[in-house]
Ligand binder design. Structure first.
Ligand SMILES: Nc1ncnc2c1ncn2[C@@H]1O[C@H](COP(=O)(O)OP(=O)(O)OP(=O)(O)O)[C@@H](O)[C@H]1O
Ligand SMILES: [Mg+2]
Length: 323
């Protein structure tokens, strides 16, 4: 059976530059896909192609049982909140959100209700009369989100929707977005460079690397069973050691998160070359025969730069990498 939303070998070029390289993925209705990857890996380009703003060099886009590859942007029922969420500068927050509904000829009473709901969802009911220039960056970003959600697109594309918010508001908006997505059964693709945000929001995570799909899986799969060194490092396993350096042959390499490194005992020796206080913990950088090892120590640990330190990389706390 075909998925609600699918990309089939989607490929895009800017001139001769290959930006998206044979990207294939699928998403069921009502689910959220997080598109994750470093800057320049092709996330925005992919979103723009799905929204119909860029023409692919090859490949197909399917939505709700139709091939929409050649369909005009305004016929797709795809809502895109841009990374640079251009609001209409001459319209108030309220009118920005109401605009799409007016365009669709929604009646006055329903319009009023839907716009107030959408503004309440993003916590901006009080500021509905403000013009975009009278709003902070984070508030503008929330208006942009409300403006897109209010028209109930079949597919909602969000490009870094929470990037301009402070940490507290970001967490609040993240759970609010997730609640709304579930309540309205929205099918959603969210672009983020924040790994934890991707894990929190998504049913499926797609990690991209240089235009290609590096891994597609559940948040748990991508976090605990990265398919390659690239994905492992991207998901926070800073310590990747070649199997040969460990005298092992069961995999190509092994990877450990900083908090999986055992400190103060073990068969390896190193020198502390960095110690940063993180609040809940201390992060140590250790120079060793494996190269620099990043480890997490207790916040009140007494390790100091220049000290010799014993450490261990227990296999049962690491991940074997085959690629
Ligand atoms: N208009 C353009 N003309 C030429 N090259 C472009 C254009 N837009 C993007 N690119 C290139 O295409 C590649 C993918 O860009 P894209 O904007 O999709 O990256 P991204 O994953 O969204 O990155 P970021 O996380 O920084 O937003 C990059 O190498 C970028 O330099
Ligand atoms: Mg981008």
């Amino acid at each position: 059976m075909s998925a609600f939303f699918a990309l089939e070998s989607l490929t895009l070029h800017y001139g001769k530059t290959l930006a998206v390289d044979a990207l294939s993925l699928r998403l069921e209705e009502g689910n959220t896909l997080a598109l994750l990857g470093p800057s320049g890996c092709g996330k925005t380009t992919t979103m723009r192609a799905v929204a119909g703003l860029l023409k692919p060099s090859s490949g197909r886009v399917h939505l709700a049982g139709r091939d929409i590859t050649a369909l005009a942007a305004n016929k797709r029922e795809v809502g895109l909140v841009f990374q640079s969420y251009a609001l209409f500068p001459h319209l108030s927050a309220w009118d920005n959100v109401a605009f799409g509904l007016q365009l669709r000829g929604v009646g006055a009473a329903e319009l009023k209700q839907r716009v107030s709901e959408a503004l309440a969802m993003v916590g901006l009911s009080e500021l509905a009369a403000r013009m975009p220039r009278e709003l902070s960056g984070g508030q503008q970003q929330r208006v942009a989100l409300a403006r897109t959600v209010v028209v109930r697109p079949r597919l909602l594309l969000l490009d870094e929707p929470l990037s301009n918010l402070d940490t507290r508001l970001r967490l609040e908006m993240r759970s609010e977005l997730k609640r709304l997505q579930r309540q309205l059964n929205i099918t959603m693709v969210v672009v983020t460079h924040d790994q934890l945000e991707a894990l929190a929001l998504a049913d499926t995570v797609a990690v991209m690397h240089a235009g290609q799909l590096a891994q597609l899986g559940t948040p748990q799969q991508v976090y605990t069973q990265p398919a390659s060194e690239f994905v492992a490092r991207f998901m926070g396993m800073d310590n990747v050691v070649a199997a040969s350096a460990l005298g092992l042959s069961s995999a190509k390499a092994f990877a450990w998160r900083p908090n999986a490194v055992v400190l103060g005992r073990g068969q390896h020796q190193g020198t502390v070359i960095g110690a940063s206080y993180l609040g809940d913990a201390m992060e140590l950088l250790i120079d060793s025969i494996f190269g620099p090892i990043k480890a997490q120590a207790a916040a009140d640990a007494a390790w100091r730069v220049g000290q010799q330190i014993a450490f261990d990389l227990p296999l049962e706390r690491g991940v074997a990498l085959q690629a």
